[in-house]
Design a protein around this ligand. Structure first.
Ligand SMILES: Cc1ncc(COP(=O)(O)O)c(C=O)c1O
Length: 929
C-alpha cells in the first residue's frame, strides 16, 4: 500500500486527511522559514524537499476543490521556487486556518488571494482578519469539461464575472476533465452544489490518485460502460444516484433539434453554446435558492414581525402573558423574544393549516418529498409514536394480519390494539450475550407468509412492519425483503419504522437501505425490460419445483411478477432523533403506487384522528429548516459523523487500557455469519485502517450502522444502568440506551471532535480508576468483583421471545399461525372483575406450578429496551418471568412490583373459549342449513 493510501484509509474521511495535510504543510513551512532565518542551509535544503513533496500530494488532492485548489497550490510552489519562505509560511498558515476554521465558507474566497501579487494577498489577509465582508454561504460549482488549463481559467473568470454583490450566495468554480474525476469530485468535495456538464469528455481520469478510486467504484458499472457512448447523460445519472440533491446543468454543442432527442431528464436545464454566462449563473443561484427556501419558517418569521392584536386563544402568543407577569419573567429572559413572537395559532396572515395545508406548509411537504425521495410526505408534530399510529390506521382494517418484529416500538402495538388488526410476531435473532435483539431474518418472514398461505389466511395478511435501523444500529436490506415477500403476496404494504434512520438519506451507502430508495428502485425495476426477462427465466425454473415443499420458497431467492407486484411503501422517521428538528418533529414518507385510489382518504382520516388541532409551529418550522440542511449539507454532515464514529471505534479498539474494560461490538458480534455473506469482519482493523463498510452494506442481509457504538462493559463489573449513572452523575455524558452489559453511544450530526475526545477521555479515566481500584482491593473484594464480571460476561439469561396468544384470544384456535386478537384481550381487561394481580415473589410461581396457564392482561414494557415482553392475551412463561426478575431497570411500564403482574382470571378464559365454540358451532350450522 502506498503511503498516501495508508494515510487515507487510516483517516477514513479523505476530507479530514486533506485538512491534516494542510496543517502539516503549515508546520513544515514554519520550520523552513526558521531554518532559513538561522542560515542553516543544510536543514533548509532538506525541508525544501519535504515541502515540495507535501505540495505535490496536496496538488493531487486539490484537483477536486476550488478552494484552495490547484491554483493556490501553484502559488505556493512559486513562492517556494523564489525562496520567499516568509510569504510561503504566511500563505500556508492562512490557508490552513481558513480551512480549519471553515471561515472561507462565509465569504468570497476569490477576493482573499490574488493570483499574481503576493503582497495583495497579505493585504487581503488583514482585511479578512477584520471580517469586513458580509457573510454569505459559499459553495462550489463543478464544471466537467475537457479543456486546457488556460481555457479553463478563462471560463472560470467568465463565470465569476457574472456574480454580483446582491447575490445571496457566493461560489467558485472547480473544473475537472473526465467522468471519473467528476465522480470523485462530487463524493470528495462536499462544497459542490451544482454541476455543469459540458460537451463530451473522456471517461478515465488522467490524474486521479489510486487512493481516491474507491469513489469511482461506488458508481453502477453499467453507467461507467454507458459513459463511453454518452458521457454527460451517464454522468448525470451517476451523480443523481450518488448525490441526488445536486443541481445538474448541461451545456450542449448540439443543435436544438438533436438535443431534444437526447435524454435530459436529469438536468435542470440544457444550455446551448451560444447562450450567455448570465443565464447559467442565474440558473445556478435559482437552484440553490430552491433548496435554501424554507417557506414555513419564513412565513413564521414574517408573521412574528407584524404588530398583531390577539383576541384568540393562546395568551402566550407574542409573549403577552409573560411580559405582563410579575412572576414568570424569567421564562422570557431564558428563551428570548422571538420564540414568543412566533407563537401563534393563526392559520392565515401568510401562515397555513397543518390539517389542510394550501400555502407554505403545502410547499414544505413538497420540498420534503423531493428531499427524501418520496411521492408524498407529511409532517408530524407528536413524534414517530404518532406517525406510526397514523400510517397503521390508514392502511389496516379490523381483522387484518400484520407481520411485525416482536421487539418493535410500542406505538405500533397500541395502534394495532385501537384498530383491531392482529399482530403476527416474527422472531428477530436474539443476541443473548448482550441482552438485545438483532433483526428478523428474511427466511423467517417468508416462513410465516407461507404458513399463512397454507392456512388459507394469506388474504388477511396486509402489512409487514419492520424497524430499520434498530435502536442498536441493525439495518435491513429493504429492497431485498420487499422483493422476495412480494413474490409470495404481491399486494403487501410495507411500513419501515425509520425512527432512527432519517439521516440515512444523505449518503449513498446508507441511502440504498432506506425504505424510500428501495421503493424507487423496485418501481424502476418492475418497469424495466431487463427485469421482465430475468423474471421469465426465474419463473420457468421455479415452475419445475414442488410448491408444496417449503424449501422451494425458503431456500432460494424469489422474484415477484412485475405485472402483479405493487410498490406500496410507507416510512416513518423521527427527524428529531438524527437530523435538525425540535423534539417531536417527525415525518411520514409515502411511495405507494395505489395511494390515490386505495389510501388517500383513509390516510386523511388517520391524520385527522391523531393530529392535534393546535400543532406546534416551532416544531413545524424546525422541520422545514431541517429539510434545508439535509439538502444543502446533509452529505457533508453525515460523512463527518461517520468519520467521527470511525475515529472513536478505532481508539477504543486500539487502546490497550480501554480494551481491558470495554469491548467494541462489531458487525461480527451483532450479525451472525449466515446474514453476512460479504465476510466483512469489522470496519477497522489495526494496521489496515477502515475497510469494508461499503461491501458490508451492499451485500449483507443485515448491516451495522457504525455511528451506533455499542460497548460491552461486562469487564468493568458494572451493569449498564450503573454505568449510565456514572456517566451522567460524574461526567455529564448522556446516553439513552443500555442493556445488562452494554452501553450505546450514538454519534450524530451534532457530535463534534471535542465531544468525541471528551468521551474517550472519560472512558480512559474510568479504566484508570478501575485499574487503580483493582490494585488496591483486598483479596475478598477482588474475588467479589471477579464474580460480578463473570456474571455480566459469561452468564446470559435468555431474552424473552414471544410465547403465544392464548386460544381464548385467537380467532381460530385450531389454526397453526400465531396471530392473535390483542384488542379483545386489551378491552377485556377494562373489566376489573376479569383480572387479578399475582406477585413475582412467590404467588405467580405457585400458580404456574399448580398448572395454571397465566395470560397477561396488560402491556409489560421494561424501559430500556422499551419493547413489551408481554402484551394483552399473551401466555406468561417461565422465561419471561425470569427475564423480568433479571432486568435491572427501574421502569417497567405496566408492572408494579408491589402488585405483581396483571393476568386474566381462569374463568374469563374458559368463558371466552366456550363462547367462541358456540359462535363457531352456530356459524357451521348456519352454513350447513
Ligand atoms: C423504533 C422506534 N419507533 C418509534 C419511536 C417513537 O419515536 P418518537 O420518540 O419520535 O415518538 C421510537 C422511539 O424511541 C423508536 O425507537
Amino acid at each position: 500500500m502506498s503511503p498516501i493510501a495508508g494515510a487515507l484509509r487510516e483517516h477514513y474521511s479523505a476530507s479530514q486527511f486533506r485538512r491534516e495535510t494542510w496543517n502539516h504543510l503549515e508546520a513544515l513551512t514554519d520550520t523552513l522559514r526558521r531554518a532559513d532565518e538561522r542560515g542553516d542551509a543544510e536543514r533548509v535544503q532538506a525541508l525544501r524537499g519535504e515541502v515540495e513533496r507535501e505540495l505535490q500530494l496536496l496538488r493531487r488532492i486539490e484537483h477536486y476543490w476550488a478552494f484552495p485548489g490547484v491554483r493556490l497550490c501553484g502559488d505556493l510552489e512559486r513562492l517556494l521556487a523564489k525562496q520567499e519562505y516568509r510569504a510561503l509560511e504566511r500563505h500556508a498558515e492562512y490557508i490552513a486556518r481558513l480551512l480549519g476554521s471553515e471561515a472561507y465558507r462565509q465569504r468570497d474566497v476569490t477576493l482573499l488571494f490574488d493570483d499574481e501579487d503576493s503582497e495583495a494577498r497579505t493585504a487581503a489577509d488583514e482585511a479578512q482578519d477584520g471580517a469586513s465582508e458580509e457573510e454569505r454561504p459559499y459553495f462550489e460549482v463543478l464544471l466537467v469539461a475537457e479543456i486546457e488549463e488556460r481555457e479553463g481559467a478563462e471560463l472560470r473568470r467568465h463565470m465569476l464575472e457574472m456574480r454580483s454583490e446582491d447575490d445571496e450566495f457566493i461560489y467558485d468554480v472547480v473544473i475537472v476533465p473526465s467522468f471519473e474525476d467528476a465522480v470523485v469530485a462530487v463524493l470528495f468535495n462536499h462544497n459542490i452544489q451544482s454541476c455543469v456538464l459540458r460537451y463530451r469528455f473522456p471517461v478515465e481520469s488522467r490524474w486521479m490518485i489510486p487512493e481516491l478510486s474507491h469513489y469511482v467504484q461506488m458508481v453502477d458499472p453499467q453507467l461507467v460502460q454507458r459513459a463511453e457512448r454518452d458521457p454527460s447523460d451517464a454522468l448525470a445519472e451517476a451523480i443523481t444516484q450518488l448525490r441526488p440533491e445536486l443541481d445538474l446543468f448541461k451545456v450542449s454543442d448540439e443543435t436544438m433539434g438533436s438535443v431534444s432527442a437526447t435524454r435530459t431528464r436529469s438536468f435542470r436545464r440544457v444550455f446551448y453554446r451560444q447562450e450567455d454566462y448570465l443565464e447559467l449563473h442565474l440558473s445556478i443561484l435559482k437552484g440553490i435558492y430552491e433548496r435554501y427556501d424554507t417557506p414555513f419558517f419564513q412565513a413564521l418569521k414574517d408573521y412574528s414581525q407584524r404588530p398583531t392584536g390577539v383576541f384568540h386563544a393562546l395568551p402566550i402568543s407574542r409573549g403577552k402573558s409573560i411580559t405582563n407577569s410579575h412572576w414568570i419573567g424569567d421564562m422570557r429572559r431564558f428563551y428570548g423574544r422571538n420564540i414568543f413572537l412566533a407563537e401563534t395559532s393563526s392559520t392565515t396572515g401568510g401562515l397555513d393549516s397543518l390539517l389542510q395545508p394550501t400555502g407554505p406548509l403545502k410547499r414544505v411537504q413538497e420540498q420534503v418529498a423531493r428531499a427524501f425521495g418520496s411521492r408524498h410526505s407529511f409532517l408530524v408534530t407528536n413524534g414517530t409514536s404518532t406517525a406510526n399510529k397514523i400510517v397503521t390506521q390508514a392502511l389496516l382494517r379490523p381483522g387484518d394480519i400484520v407481520l411485525l418484529s416482536h421487539d418493535c416500538h410500542k406505538s405500533h402495538l397500541y395502534a394495532l390494539t385501537l384498530i383491531g388488526a392482529q399482530p403476527l410476531y416474527m422472531e428477530a435473532y436474539p443476541l443473548d450475550e448482550f441482552a438485545f435483539f438483532g433483526g428478523v431474518p428474511l427466511r423467517e418472514m417468508k416462513r410465516h407468509l407461507l404458513a399463512l398461505e397454507r392456512a388459507g389466511k394469506l388474504e388477511r395478511a396486509r402489512m409487514v412492519l419492520l424497524t430499520s435501523s434498530t435502536f442498536d444500529g441493525i439495518v435491513y436490506d429493504p429492497e431485498r425483503v420487499m422483493l422476495e415477500l412480494l413474490a409470495i403476496k404481491p399486494d403487501l404494504v410495507f411500513v419501515w419504522d425509520e425512527a432512527w434512520f432519517a439521516f440515512a438519506r444523505a449518503t449513498p451507502t446508507y441511502r440504498r437501505r432506506t425504505g424510500m430508495e428501495a421503493a424507487r428502485r423496485l418501481r424502476a425495476e418492475f418497469a424495466d425490460e431487463g427485469y421482465r426477462a430475468r423474471y421469465a427465466v426465474w419463473r420457468a425454473e421455479f415452475e419445475r419445483l414442488d410448491p408444496a415443499d417449503d424449501a422451494t420458497w425458503l431456500d432460494r431467492e424469489l422474484l415477484p411478477d412485475p405485472d402483479r407486484a405493487r410498490v406500496r411503501v410507507y416510512v416513518t422517521q423521527s427527524t428529531h432523533k438524527t437530523l435538525t428538528s425540535l423534539r417531536q418533529g417527525s415525518m411520514i414518507h409515502v411511495f405507494d403506487q395505489d395511494f390515490e385510489h386505495l389510501a388517500r382518504e383513509a390516510f386523511h382520516e388517520a391524520y385527522m384522528t391523531h393530529t392535534s388541532t393546535s400543532p406546534n409551529y416551532q416544531i413545524l418550522a424546525s422541520l422545514d429548516v431541517g429539510r434545508r440542511q439535509l439538502e444543502l449539507e446533509g452529505y457533508e454532515l453525515v460523512r463527518n459523523c461517520v468519520g467521527l464514529a470511525m475515529m472513536i471505534r478505532r481508539q477504543v479498539s486500539d487502546n490497550p487500557l480501554l480494551r481491558r474494560y470495554f469491548r467494541l461490538l462489531r458487525a461480527t458480534d451483532m450479525i451472525p455469519p449466515e446474514y453476512r455473506p460479504s465476510g466483512r469482519e469489522r470496519f477497522y482493523e489495526p494496521g489496515q485502517g477502515f475497510t469494508g463498510m461499503e461491501e458490508h452494506w451492499l451485500e449483507d442481509e443485515f448491516a451495522l450502522d457504525p455511528t451506533r457504538i455499542t460497548l460491552n462493559i461486562g469487564a468493568t463489573g458494572m451493569d449498564g444502568n450503573t454505568f449510565r449513572r456514572l456517566l451522567i452523575d460524574r461526567y455529564d455524558i448522556q446516553i439513552n440506551k443500555t442493556s445488562r452489559n452494554t452501553v450505546l453511544f450514538m454519534v450524530n450530526i451534532g457530535s463534534t471532535r471535542g465531544s468525541a475526545t471528551y468521551l474517550l477521555d472519560v472512558l480512559l479515566r474510568v479504566a484508570e480508576e478501575l485499574d487503580e481500584r483493582g490494585r488496591e482491593q483486598s483479596e475478598l473484594d477482588r474475588s467479589i468483583t471477579a464474580a460480578r464480571v463473570r456474571v455480566l460476561s459469561e452468564q446470559f439469561p435468555p431474552l424473552p421471545t414471544f410465547s403465544r396468544f392464548h386460544p381464548a384470544f385467537v380467532d381460530d384456535p385450531r389454526g397453526n399461525t400465531p396471530e392473535g386478537d390483542m384488542r379483545a384481550a386489551f378491552f377485556e381487561a377494562y373489566d376489573e372483575q376479569s383480572c387479578e394481580h399475582l406477585r413475582l415473589d412467590g404467588p405467580i410461581e405457585y400458580a404456574m406450578t399448580a398448572g395454571r396457564t397465566l395470560v397477561s392482561a396488560a402491556f409489560v414494557t421494561p424501559y430500556p429496551p422499551g419493547f413489551p415482553v408481554l402484551v394483552p392475551g399473551q401466555v406468561v412463561t417461565a422465561d419471561i418471568l425470569n427475564y423480568l426478575k433479571a432486568v435491572d431497570v427501574k421502569e417497567i411500564h405496566g408492572y408494579e412490583p408491589e402488585h405483581g403482574l396483571r393476568v386474566f382470571k381462569d374463568e374469563v378464559l374458559v368463558e371466552r373459549l366456550a363462547k367462541r365454540e358456540q359462535t363457531r358451532a352456530a356459524a357451521l350450522e348456519g352454513s350447513l342449513r
